[in-house]
Design a protein around this ligand. Structure first.
Ligand SMILES: [Zn+2]
Length: 268
């Protein structure tokens, strides 16, 4: 693939980097990234991946833009209120970079559709806000042998880890099972500083970019935690568990399934 003059200019700050160059930019343009959730984490991730020229970006979300989203979901604007989040996100991404392809999935991601969805992409970003979705994405990615970035934010705190098949512990190695719904507040109940999504969602985009260009060390085998109030990042080493139910030596989970979470907000 040759670059047009416009592409050379658009991506000049990438191409000038020795770690990216023409080859790396070509990989980004050929790359396919799925973002599950067009909310606080998915918004900055989608903006940066679109701007970076990731050639195909899928975005899945079953929600519509609400006034209370705008404090942190920076891909949506006030005139977007009432639109589906995937449509609003697509319009913003294409306004930044009209040469990419954005596939929208206006639906809940479930055990029924997730394997087909992830099979079409090189890297998956978990931008969801609830434990059942996070375990579903983990299990599907492990089973489909797809790398993904997990992240979560609440209040002034965030966390992040990257899974690469065959190389690193998965999300279930660390957390095993979702906590009981009553044990954990959602962002709606607990609150979250908008910029937390910017910090952590941008780190997820960075992991996807590094994976696609094949440079640097991914956040595998570690959980990165961020506490904004004390301005501290910690990188905690994680072991891979032989007895993990999905990635262990004798897995008991062989296909994705949905956790019941009665009365809880399952919107992605
Ligand atoms: Zn595991």
């Amino acid at each position: 693939m040759g670059f047009t003059n416009e592409q050379l200019e658009r991506y000049s700050r990438h191409i000038i980097l020795k770690e990216v160059g023409v080859k790396g930019q070509k990989r980004l343009l050929e790359g396919k990234v799925l973002i599950v959730g067009a909310g606080g984490l998915g918004a900055p991730a989608a903006l940066y991946l679109a701007a970076a020229g990731v050639g195909t970006i899928g975005i899945a979300d079953a929600d519509t833009v609400d006034l209370s989203n705008l404090q942190r979901q920076v891909i949506h604007t006030t005139p977007d209120i009432g639109k589906t989040k995937v449509q609003s996100a697509k319009e913003t991404m294409l306004a930044i970079n009209p040469e990419i392809t954005v596939n929208t999935y206006y639906k809940f991601v479930t055990s029924e559709n997730i394997m087909e969805l992830v099979s079409e992409y090189d890297f998956i970003i978990d931008g969801t806000d609830n434990f059942p979705a996070k375990f579903l994405i983990n299990d599907a990615c492990v089973l489909a042998k797809k790398p993904f970035s997990h992240a979560g934010i609440i209040r002034f705190q965030g966390q992040l880890l990257t899974y690469v098949p065959g190389e690193s512990p998965c999300y279930r190695c660390v957390f095993r099972e979702p906590p009981p719904p009553e044990a954990v507040p959602t962002c709606r109940q607990a609150g979250v500083i908008g910029a937390m999504g910017g910090v952590i969602g941008s780190l997820q985009a960075m992991e996807a970019v590094k994976y696609l260009i094949g440079k640097g060390d991914l956040l595998t085998g570690h959980l990165l935690t961020y506490d904004a109030l004390s301005m501290s990042f910690r990188k905690i080493k994680l072991p891979r568990r032989d007895d993990c139910a999905v990635c262990g030596t004798h897995p008991t989970i062989t296909k994705p399934f949905d956790y019941e979470q009665a009365g809880c907000d399952l919107k992605l």
